[in-house]
Design a protein around this ligand. Structure first.
Ligand SMILES: NC(=O)c1ccc[n+]([C@@H]2O[C@H](COP(=O)([O-])OP(=O)(O)OC[C@H]3O[C@@H](n4cnc5c(N)ncnc54)[C@H](OP(=O)(O)O)[C@@H]3O)[C@@H](O)[C@H]2O)c1
Length: 290
């Protein structure tokens, strides 16, 4: 293994935390891992394991420059603050350049070259900013997290249905754990130039999701597919504001157009094993809840 210092941003979040844990599991010395967070207290467990926890905010370039001192490779986990992400990511890229970082790995969006997903703009612009910065980078174009669905498992089971407007659009989702492990595999690789990985697991549509949930939980769950307008109305009835409802529905419309499907095997290749199946993610979520 190369003797290098690896930093992970968003280390207090779901994905960043898993990436730090994966670095440790892969045998990287804790003193060679930098966990970048806004709130130190959120990663006390990680600090206890000897990881170098540094505080920085994507909106404060001075904190980023300090946090990136002596770092060789950086996993930039995309910010969760949609609408402000390009400016925030640009701050990180500039600080990484100043710090002399040798490679940035960025968690973008699947099919970034042609997707029509409403969330894609900031990811596409960040990739452009990386290219323009002239610093070697790896685009980790992540598909949907399986957890986007399994986090709602209890609700689906109680309601006996999944409601959406994705039609037969297929989703190459994978677990956060798989994306984190793949990100770390890419982080540890010695690569030349820029690299792009299209990352996703075996595809399913929401009818298959409902069937798999039914099989594993023993409760009948069906997928009720609505038109876009009907879905917006349904979301509003469930308490969402108009704008939020339209946004959620637009994500399903994007799925129906195939934006979140890939036939790429990049995820399996980086993992050097099959991805965790949809059934297994549902099963472990179900087991934790019963
Ligand atoms: N592929 C998908 O299905 C999918 C789904 C959801 C999100 N995402 C994207 O993937 C990213 C990682 O996912 P996740 O599940 O790990 O999200 P998450 O749990 O919400 O974590 C987001 C991380 O970003 C940090 N962050 C937010 N704003 C920041 C700022 N101004 N400065 C520094 N750090 C900041 C958060 O820090 P705090 O703990 O301080 O808030 C947190 O550590 C998300 O941020 C989002 O861009 C993808």
């Amino acid at each position: 293994m190369t003797n290098a210092v690896y930093a992970v941003t968003g280390a207090s979040g779901h994905l960043g935390r898993l990436a730090v844990q994966e670095l440790l599991a892969r045998g990287v010395r804790s003193s060679d891992i930098v966990a970048i967070v806004r709130t130190r207290g959120k990663v006390a467990d990680v600090a206890q394991r000897g990881v170098d926890v540094r505080v920085a905010d994507y909106t404060r370039p001075d904190t980023l420059r300090t946090a990136l001192v002596s770092v060789d490779r950086l996993l930039l986990v995309s910010s969760s603050e949609a609408g402000q992400r390009l400016a925030q990511h640009t701050n990180v890229i500039a600080a990484a350049k100043t710090a002399g970082i040798s490679r940035i790995l960025y968690t973008g969006i699947l099919n970034a070259d042609h997707t029509t997903n409403p969330l894609a703009g900031e990811h596409q612009q960040t990739e452009r900013a990386l290219r323009e910065a002239g610093l070697p980078f790896t685009a980790l174009r992540n598909g949907w997290y399986t957890e986007n669905y399994t986090d709602r498992l209890t609700h689906y089971v109680e309601a006996g249905e999944i409601v959406g407007a994705a039609g037969h659009g297929r989703i190459s989702a994978a677990s956060r754990q798989d994306y984190a492990a793949a990100a770390v595999a890419a982080l540890l690789q010695n690569s030349e130039g820029n690299r792009t990985y299209e990352l996703g697991g075996p595809a399913f549509d929401l009818f298959e999701l409902a069937e798999t949930i039914t099989r594993i939980t023993g409760t009948n769950v069906r997928y009720r597919d609505l038109s876009l307008d009907e879905y917006v109305e349904e979301l509003e009835r469930s308490g969402l504001g108009e704008k939020a409802a339209e946004f959620v529905a637009a994500l399903d419309a994007s799925i129906s157009r195939g934006d979140l499907e890939t036939h790429s095997q990049d995820l399996e290749r980086l993992l050097e094993r099959p991805t965790t199946s949809l059934a297994d993610v549902i099963r472990s979520t179900h087991d934790q809840r019963v």
